[in-house]
Design a binder for this molecule. Sequence first.
Ligand code: DAH
Length: 339
Amino acid sequence: MEERIHTLRKEVEAWSAGDKAGVEQFRLKYISKKGLIPELFEEMKKMPPEEKKKVGKTLNELKQAAEQKLQAMTEVLESSTSANYDLDLTLPPVPNKVGNQHPLTLTRNRIIEIFERLGFNVADGPEIETDWHNFSALNFPENHPAREMQDTFFIGKNPDVLLRTHTSNVQIRLMTDQKPPLRAIMPGRVYRNEAISARAHCFFHQVEGLYVDRNVGFADLKQTLYHFAKEMYGKDIKIRFRPSFFPFTEPSAEIDISCLICKGSGCNVCKHTGWVEIAGSGMVHPNVLRNCGIDPEEFTGFAFGMGIERVTMLRYQVNDLRLYSENDIRFLKQFHSVI
Ligand code: DAH
């Protein structure tokens, strides 16, 4: 018996399997239920106890050796088959999908492009702002209800530091830092403490516009925004100015364009009026110029602020603001520059 175990052990160790069939053959011959090793175990059962003990040890070692061999051969076979695929290094690589730009980015870039052609620079300002730049310098009197309308987020306990509620803060920074003539647009993110719905969000984006020089008049404002609307939406777009109020402009106007979603027949985006508001605007208030060290007797200016989400909504017919920030790839991958 001992000798047979010994010979089997040698055979097992010498076995070499070139392929799957060889490995299977090994398993059937030695390990499977009807293999040689289980057969020896059966024989061992019939032996007297002292011999059983001795043989049992060597037989168990043989069994282990055979199992290890089987495992090793299987592993070698698997690793060689996975590396053994047809590899053609001369094939061109599959291009990486680079994704596309966010619809708000596409719209912001288009707005910038339109105004840059009119000679506007692009300016930037902080999102964490002081009360002075966001409110006081813009002629919001202290405790005036207009401040409350903006649902401000404050930073900590200091009421002087807040998240800007509009991009108009950049007007102040620009007019304080530079001398007229000034012509700039200022895109950026703004924050308001509003309940999130299809029509409102706690953060959104605006583009502020400012033109300060000698003899700038309301006609310049109107013509600039007419031009913008036609460039953005095409020649058939209608635009209207509605008298309004902002502390930092006098006179002030809100700007509506004809609803591109229902083409004027009435829908819930235009609240069945056929018109959608896209911006606020007006002539820069003399107090604002004065607050920035500019003489209102010498210089005048116009300003406007428009919502990028709103402009995008009409451009791509998106009817829910929340879609812009949910990062749903099915939504995001639909957008390409349209003009
Ligand atoms: N800051 C205003 C808002 O967020 C928008 C605005 C209105 C900006 C009139 C202006 C302006 O520059 O002249 O509602």
